[in-house]
Write a protein that binds this ligand. Structure first.
Ligand code: 5GP
Ligand code: ZN
Length: 114
């Protein structure tokens, strides 16, 4: 989608620190990390928010989550634990309207979140 930052990242129009890629998804390091490990996993196809998942595209959510667990192992944060987050819309803290899964780790997180 034109003017979508993460579409530009997935089409390599913007240089990014990519850690994993396959046909359907891309994972890259967050530009403003909130933890020592902070990776974003995105579908290559434009989906704006979690609310836009449908029976037709729902498998992408499992693919993002499964690959987050693989990256957690690769980054050596799986054993201690980590956090995965989909922020949805304004009150959920979403600022980029292209679906993304945050993978955060290498520090202890508080609950409930702020
Ligand atoms: P949200 O607040 O929408 O859940 O998360 C958006 C995330 O994208 C934020 O953590 C922010 O730091 C990250 N971000 C924004 N712009 C860029 C960018 O140009 N490159 C990278 N790698 N991350 C970005
Ligand atoms: Zn997009």
């Amino acid at each position: 989608m034109k003017d979508c930052l993460f579409c530009m990242i997935s089409s390599k129009k913007i240089n990014t620190d990519i850690v994993f890629e396959d046909k359907k998804i891309l994972a890259f390091r967050d530009i403003s990390p909130q933890a020592p490990v902070h990776i974003l996993l995105i579908p290559k196809m434009h989906i704006s928010t979690l609310n836009d998942l449908t029976p037709k595209n729902i498998e992408i959510a499992g693919h993002l989550i499964y690959n987050a667990t693989k990256l957690a192992k690769m980054e050596d944060i799986a054993k201690n634990g980590y956090r995965t987050v989909f922020n949805c819309n304004e009150w959920g803290g979403q600022t980029i309207y292209h679906l993304h899964l945050h993978l955060l780790g290498n520090r202890k997180f508080k609950w409930p979140p702020g």
